[in-house]
Every structure is written in C-alpha cells, then in structure tokens.
Ligand binder design. Structure first.
Ligand code: SF4
Length: 175
C-alpha cells in the first residue's frame, strides 16, 4: 500500500520516513503495535528493529509467518515517547484503511499503549491478555509488546504463550 505524504500531526516534523504496515495482505492475522522506532524511521519498514526481530523469532518458533503487521501511528514519536491521543486520532484513518483492506479474522494488539487507544480501555496488559475484544467485529487479543521482553526477559514466556494459544488454537481452521 502506498501512503501519500502526510502532515496531519506534529510527528511529521521529526520523522524521516513514515512507516506503513507490511506483510501478507491475504493473512487472517494482523498485528498492531505502537509506533515506529529508530530503525523503522530510517528504513520506512515496520518491526525491523530489535523488537521486531524478537517477534519474528518467537513466531518462527511456533511455526507461523503468515501475517500483516502495522502500528497505530505511522511516524516515529521523538525519543520513542508514547504517541499522544491527538496523534492517534489524526493517524487512525490509515490504520482503519489497513484493517478494512486486510480484513483479518484476528487482530493481535502488541502492548498496552496501542490497546488503550484502540480499545479505549485503560487496563494492564496482564488483565487484557486474558480477555477477547473486538474491533469492527474482528476478534481482538492483546499481549505484551516484544520491546518489553528486550528490557525484561521475563515477558518472553507470556508473549510466546499468548501467541501460540491465539494462533494455534483459536485460528486452527482459518490459516
Ligand atoms: S503520524 Fe500519521 S497523521 Fe501524523 S504525520 Fe505521520 S502519517 Fe500523518
């Protein structure tokens, strides 16, 4: 998918490249993370930094590579701060376009910030990962962002457990 140049929020002032989603557009699984990081800002590609590499490694371990992946905002917030509400609001239409185009059967939200904005719920990931939500009637799950496991390896196990459960058990008939 091609994005036009966008200046709709302040993140345009500090970005190098905007970062649209990437992956199999026919996939039934869509991951949604928080925002591009430093590597993504330079390359214009999502989840190619350390967190993305870790996520791909986990997915490889559970034999899954058929997905589309994107973020709630398409430009990197300076100093890796959290996106602000007005930035999410300005950018949301790009994400909704991706969701409508990919039309996944399952959405997996990575991290509490993306979950807070998308689901309008302010709960811990610990609580949200045990529940099932929906975005436009698409079954939606939440797990930790892989970046959390870079800082604290104890998150690795729950991320892997969540992805394995969601992908292998919940979607066994649709992949
Ligand atoms: S974050 Fe989204 S709305 Fe803001 S400038 Fe980038 S593409 Fe446009």
């Amino acid at each position: 998918m091609i994005m036009e140049e966008c200046f709709d929020c302040r993140l345009c002032q500090t970005r190098i490249k905007y970062v649209y989603g990437e992956g199999n557009i026919n996939s039934k699984i869509m991951f949604i993370g928080e925002a591009p990081g430093a590597d993504e800002n330079i390359s214009g590609r999502p989840f190619i930094g350390q967190a993305g590499k870790l996520l791909r490694k986990i997915l490889k371990e559970i034999n899954f590579n058929n997905f589309y992946i994107t973020n709630i905002v398409k430009c990197r917030p300076p100093e890796n701060r959290d996106p602000h509400q007005d930035e999410f609001d300005a950018c949301k239409h790009y994400l909704m376009h991706e969701i409508n185009t990919i039309n996944p059967q399952i959405i997996i939200i990575l991290g509490g910030i993306a979950a807070k904005y998308l689901l309008k719920i302010n709960k811990s990931v610990l609580k949200m990962r045990k529940e099932v939500y929906d975005i436009d009637y698409i079954k939606t799950y939440v797990t930790y962002h892989p970046a959390a496991a870079l800082y604290n390896p104890s998150y690795l196990k729950p991320i892997k457990e969540d992805l394995k459960r969601i992908i292998n058990e919940r979607t066994i008939n649709i992949i």
